[in-house]
Design a protein around this ligand. Structure first.
Ligand SMILES: [Zn+2]
Length: 115
């Protein structure tokens, strides 16, 4: 399996999403100072965005977390493995969403048992 393409896509999405999140936060006056926002840890910004209850910001923060986790899994050499059962995630699912953290059967499982 060649995941190189996905790594590039995820890293690109990560940086553009981080920029967008910062801009949205300024627009929504969660933080009025562009300098402060640049010096704030991105994880803290994600927490702020999630607790803002502004739907747009909330969705962005959730997506950013997901993309961040996938970027990290590359560094750990765990990319493409399911976060729950550690089986390989179906390649076609990764093509659809390179940030997909779970294999199909674990996703089905959690859909029936938790939602
Ligand atoms: Zn799984």
């Amino acid at each position: 399996m060649n995941y190189k393409n996905f790594q590039y896509l995820l890293e690109t999405e990560y940086s553009s999403l981080a920029e967008k999140l910062k801009n949205e936060m300024l627009i929504n006056h969660l933080n009025n100072n562009a300098d402060t926002i640049d010096n704030t840890d991105l994880n803290d910004l994600i927490v702020m965005a999630k607790s803002s209850f502004i739907p747009n910001l909330f969705d962005m923060a959730i997506r950013l977390e997901k993309v961040d986790a996938a970027v990290c899994s590359f560094k750990l050499g765990m990319y493409g493995l399911c976060a729950d059962c550690e089986e390989e995630i179906e390649y076609s699912d990764l093509e659809q969403d390179p940030a997909q953290p779970r294999c199909r059967s674990c996703r089905e499982h959690s859909r029936y048992h938790h939602d």
